[in-house]
Structures are given as structure tokens and as C-alpha cells.
Design a protein around this ligand. Sequence first.
Ligand code: SF4
Length: 378
Amino acid sequence: MRIDQESIEHDNIAGLSRRDFVKFCSTLAVGMGLPVGMGAQIAEAVTVQKRPPVLWLSAQECTGCTETLLRTSHPTLEKLILELISLEYHETLLVGAGRQAEDWREKSMKENKGKYILVVDGSIPTKDNGIYCKIGGKTALALLGEMAADAAAVIAIGSCASWGGVPSADPNPTGATPAHEVLKSRGIKTPVVNIPGCPPNPYNFLSTVLYFVTFKKLPELDDQSRPKFAYGRLIHENCERRPHFDAGRFAIQFGDEGHRKGYCLYKLGCKGPETFANCPIQLFNDVGSGAWPVGTGHPCFGCSEKGVGFTLPLHSPARPKYVTPPSIFPGIEAHKSGGASIAAAAVVAGLAGAALGAGAVTVKKLGEKEEGRKGTEE
Ligand code: SF4
């Protein structure tokens, strides 16, 4: 019943040649903000050492986090995950079931005490002693305490495990609680890393595991225990629609001209300006550029950000963290009335302003002049 693979041959790792595997690890290293040369070190660590044992606990969840790992189309990513770690226990992927599965979990925990990584998927119901989620006759609440106490580290995967997610939405009937809060309340000090998202990007999970295996510690975390390499920047900072935001070009309704032209989705409620994640860079499912919600025309709803996704109304405006709200930005695509277009005037004025070293002032004045102008750029 154990998900067991043949030992990894160094010249064929999860279907990749060693050279390609090192390249792959180098890409992950760069994504984590490490020097590119670290790729070889990561490749060495994960192929020479015994594969790290991983136990996966599923609580109140939808299996989306598992699906995102298995549905990736990047060459053999799911194989990389399954062959680079020793997945000892995972309810969805186990061959065995019932008592057999639980016996194996207990055996594996005993044999790998203090060495295994515990992945928690889903929030933990705490109301009424956790009776709203039971596995093999035990509550998820009891299992989390039992399994986390002997783990080397806990990875809370997805928004539900990281901060409550969907099950914790008001009125939170089951008392859904994130893994780190449950552990803290029970005095369990095993380090926890949160990888939020609904679903999270599988590369962020894989990078975290490889980092831990290679360097024997967790990557640098932010104040919400998220890896900085993945959650250090706002979505808004790397969004391909950002030039439209800066220029004041917005979609106002789904299907309008601005939406069809790929304008910024801020006015449709995009939460990119207050959500930290690397979605615009890592993309999803390797189906080419634009393979993420904003890329396909849907506003980011902040699924990875505590207090934003599943909390704020879908179309409420974001509260930008670092940028000036666009309502005071001048538009650059003006209605044409009579002679020269305002857009052309803006270019001329901009050039003149630059020549005088006063471009910013000129643009500001243009903005004031255009106040009240109607159109997709508002
Ligand atoms: Fe992209 Fe949303 Fe920011 Fe517009 S508001 S630039 S769509 S992240």
C-alpha cells in the first residue's frame, strides 16, 4: 500500500536526464532567490540522500491542493514530487484503506520520528471537540496534535490550512482553525510554514520541500510564516496588466471594450494590489503565458491573503498597499473632440515637460484638466 517508487537512477530522475534535472533545480533555486549554482547542490541533496518521508493529513478541504499537484503538465512535475519524497500517507492517494492505512501511518511515524515532514491540507474544526472531521475514528484535531508533535516540520498547504479559508468563512459553523493556531494552543513547537492559495502553486510547495531537504532548515519566512521567495511581492507588482493600471485604462464591466482589450481589472474588484503571491511569475499548469486568473480575464480575489479572499466581497475595490489609487491618475486615451486628440496633446506636453525637467508637473496638470472626463479610462 505504500506509494513506493524504484530508487532514483542518477541518469534518469523522474523522466529527466541528470542535466535537465539540474537545470530544473537551478530554476527552482533562482525562484527561491538563491544563486543559480545552488541548483546542483539541491539536485545532489535530493538524489543522494534518502528521500524525505512525508505524511499528508487532510482535514476540512476539497482535495484541490492535491489536484493541483497532480494536474500539472510541466514535464513530470507530479513524478518529481512523488519520486523525490517518500509519500508515506495520503488518504486520497493511498492504495490501502481503513485500518490498514492507519496502521501504516502509525508505523511510519514511529520509524521516522523527528524526521518526517507533515503536510496539513484543510482547516481543523475545533468546535465540539472537533467532531466535524474524523479520520479512522479520530478527529483531525487529535490527529494533528499527534502527528505534528513528532514531525521535523509542518507545511500547511493551501489557504484552509494556513488561515482557515473557505470553511472559516462567517459564521464558521465548525470552528475551522488554521493548523498553526491549533498547534500554538496546544503548546506544540514544531516549526510551521504556510503556503496559502486556493489552490497554492505546486512549485512553491516543491521548492519549500527541496529547500528543507537541502539545507536542513525552512526557507526565510515572512510575518505570516510564508516563504518570502513566493510571497514577498504583491501580485500587482508583477501583473502583466500593470501598464494599463498606471495609464488609467480599466475594464468597467465584464465583456466591455476595456475587458476585451485586456485592460486592468481593478475596477472589477481585483485584489492584486493587496495580495502577496508570485502567481503572475509562476503561473499555473504550464499552459503558456496568461495561465493565471488575471491573465484569463478574472480579477484576483485574494485567495492567498488572510482577510482578503473569502472575507471581502468579490467586487469590492482593493485597498492598494503601496501605490497611489488610480482615481487620481490622468487618463491617456481621451475622447477625440475636434482638433488634436488629448492623447496626442499628452505626448506633446510630456515631451515639453521633459525638456523643461518638469514632466511630472505637466502630467499632473493634464490630470486635473481631464477630471470628470468619462470613458473606459474614467
Ligand atoms: Fe493586475 Fe489587478 Fe493590479 Fe490591475 S489591479 S494591475 S489586474 S493586479
